[in-house]
Ligand binder design. Structure first.
Ligand code: MTE
Ligand code: MO
Length: 372
């Protein structure tokens, strides 16, 4: 059993798949803290978790023509200037289960918890690439990452990002060795993972073994044959994966974490909580909440760290305390976020349904009963 050596996990996690391990925190735990505690940070593994020895670990960086290839130990990585940033990581499949309700899709049934936030610390990818002689001259090039996790045929997890993002100091792409002040937990990439702020989880390659600059995107299955969006009209007979770009920055997202669907709330006043985030460093500027299915709206209060313009890498938690209209027996609670590009979420799922169930960011809806 290649999974026999997987780490022990926190019992509060809702498991979507045991082998490989995929799990999300329950919603009320997810927004209890602005920074998600490591043991309940959502986990998305495609393969068994490798057991790597930090003393013999080496990160291979392929050198530029005229530059030099690097074989970096953990100590070597620590010798680069250390940066620490708060970044929210979201899987492209977050909230996929709502797409399944429209029509069947292929993928894990994530609810609202395939998203979490941590303080990540490590070396900047641009500093490490510069030491290997790379410059931003090939503007169309890509930086390919290979994990040290592999399937029985020896194929490793892989993904890539554009070189332009990798070399941009403002994009703050990290080779992270710390998560919330601790060495990375095994499930989250020990000893080193990539953190690409504002970009879909799939590019944050864990158990990083190799970095190279290539004229084309990674040839990995997960770069080319997955993690792409399509029209609702495309099915498994007609899909052409080469016709769509790989997902990088994610669209604006929000969800309600309290109360939960089907719950009974007290009459008088209701407290509604959730999260909101957008990709590409776009800040969340507002979250609107409705108690009547979207007929009327109120503005929620945003909590959490102040967001830096163009570098809003982390989510905002939000809440709204609202009187329950007298005589209401049920409430149709809805939330939607707006980012600083004034991008909004679509109101329903059907027009954004896609066969892989990615990019599920319609208004989030929760139906509750009011106690008599
Ligand atoms: N890196 C490796 N090596 N193997 C993987 O299976 N999964 C990716 C990404 N990096 C993956 C990986 C996907 S799809 C996501 S959403 C994130 O890791 C999840 O990171 P987490 O498990 O730390 O939450
Ligand atoms: Mo993912």
């Amino acid at each position: 059993d290649p999974y026999a050596d997987d780490p022990v996990r926190h019992p509060a996690l809702k498991v979507n798949s045991q082998r490989p391990f995929n799990a999300e925190p329950p919603p009320e735990l997810l927004t209890e803290n602005y920074i998600t505690p490591n043991p309940i940070f959502f986990t998305r593994n495609h393969l068994p978790v490798p057991n790597l020895d930090p003393d013999t670990y080496r990160l291979h960086i392929e050198g530029a023509p005229g530059g030099q290839s690097l074989s970096l130990s953990l100590d070597d990585l620590h010798n680069f200037p250390k940066y620490e940033i708060t970044v929210t990581l979201q899987c492209a499949g977050n909230r996929r289960s709502e797409m399944t309700q429209v029509k069947e899709v292929k993928g894990l049934e994530w609810r609202t918890g395939a998203i979490s936030t941590a303080r990540w610390a490590g070396a900047r990818l641009c500093d490490v690439l510069a030491q290997a002689g790379h410059q931003l001259c090939e503007t169309e090039a890509h930086v390919c990452f290979e994990g040290l996790d592999s399937d029985p045929t020896g194929t490793a997890y892989g993904a890539s990002i554009p070189l332009a993002r990798a070399m941009d100091p403002e994009a703050e792409v990290l080779l992270a060795y710390e998560m919330n002040g601790q060495p990375l937990p095994r499930d989250h990439g020990f000893p080193v993972r990539v953190v690409v702020p504002g970009v879909v989880g799939a590019r944050h390659v864990k158990w990083l073994g190799r970095v190279s600059v290539q004229p084309e995107e990674s040839y990995s299955h997960w770069q080319r044959r997955d993690y792409k969006g399509f029209s609702p009209s495309v099915d498994w007979d007609t899909v052409d994966f080469d016709s769509a770009p790989s997902i990088q920055e994610l669209p604006v997202q929000s969800a309600i974490t309290e109360p939960r669907d089907g719950e009974t709330v007290e009459s008088g006043e209701v407290t509604i909580k959730g999260y909101a985030w957008s990709g590409g460093g776009r800040a969340v500027i507002r979250v609107d909440v409705s108690l009547d299915g979207g007929l009327t709206w109120q503005v929620a209060k945003l909590d959490g760290e102040e967001q830096r313009p163009r570098k809003a890498w982390a989510w905002r938690l939000w809440q709204l305390q609202a009187p329950v209209p007298a005589g209401q027996k049920e409430l149709n609670i809805v939330c939607k976020a707006v980012d600083d590009g004034y991008n909004v979420q679509p109101d329903t799922v059907a027009p954004i349904w896609n066969l892989r169930g990615v990019l599920s960011n319609a208004w989030h809806r929760v139906h509750v009963f009011v106690a008599p």
